[in-house]
Design a protein around this ligand. Structure first.
Ligand SMILES: Nc1ncnc2c1ncn2[C@@H]1O[C@H](COP(=O)(O)OP(=O)(O)O)[C@@H](O)[C@H]1O
Ligand SMILES: O=C(O)C1=C[C@@H](OP(=O)(O)O)[C@@H](O)[C@H](O)C1
Ligand SMILES: [Mg+2]
Length: 181
């Protein structure tokens, strides 16, 4: 199978609802890599759900836990890691992600992100009167950061999860085959 032996780590970045968690899991399956989700890892380490961490410790407290977790996960080899959308706000996270793997930016329109996240109460930053406006503001703030870090940008607006994982695998395989030896 093409791509089965692709070396290295794949790190998924992008806004809430872009598909990092779901596409990451599918990509890990296709590439035979171990899948990690930074938010799930934080929850496993603390025994506390992300919204409750925000409630108790605030966003700053969550970000500190996120830094520790990304530090540990980016030391691993041969993994697919779905980061939380705000992980890229921290300079250490940015450096570790860029240095230790291939960074894939999953992007989608604000409207699509809104539709995908509107029923889900597990994203504390979107529990506001106007989540669409919040996503718009986050898009404006973060899209340049995601682009700056990315080795690959993938539009997730028009395809399903499995198709996207396969497309990413094809692109990675192509990229790997064309690398200088
Ligand atoms: N390409 C896609 N097309 C349609 N729905 C998607 C797509 N990618 C993800 N979703 C759905 O959007 C929601 C958010 O996906 P998720 O993987 O949790 O995003 P993230 O981890 O980037 O916040 C989930 O319900 C997921 O099934
Ligand atoms: O964008 C953000 O700042 C956040 C994204 C979330 O992860 P997803 O991007 O997987 O939804 C989660 O880490 C937390 O609610 C904060
Ligand atoms: Mg996620």
């Amino acid at each position: 199978m093409p791509g089965m032996n692709l070396p290295g780590n794949f790190f998924l970045i992008g806004l809430m609802g872009a598909g990092k968690t779901t596409i990451g899991r599918a990509l890990a399956r296709l590439t035979n890599k171990s899948f990690y989700d930074a938010d799930h890892e934080i929850e496993a380490r603390t025994g506390v759900r992300v919204p409750v961490i925000f409630e108790i410790e605030g966003e700053l407290g969550f970000r500190a836990r996120e830094v520790e977790t990304i530090r540990a996960l980016t030391d691993l080899q041969g993994i697919v890691l779905a980061t939380g959308g705000g992980a890229v706000l921290d300079p250490e996270n940015r450096a570790r992600l860029c240095q230790n793997g291939c960074v894939i930016y999953l992007r989608a329109s604000v409207e699509e992100l809104y539709q995908r996240t509107r029923q889900d109460k597990n994203r504390p930053l979107l529990q506001t009167a106007d989540p669409r406006a919040k996503l718009e503001a986050l898009y404006i703030e973060r899209d340049p950061i995601y682009r700056d870090m990315a080795d690959m940008v993938v539009d997730t607006s028009r395809q399903g999860v499995n198709q996207l994982a396969q497309q990413i695998l094809n692109d990675l395989s192509q990229h790997h085959a064309n690398r200088p030896r």
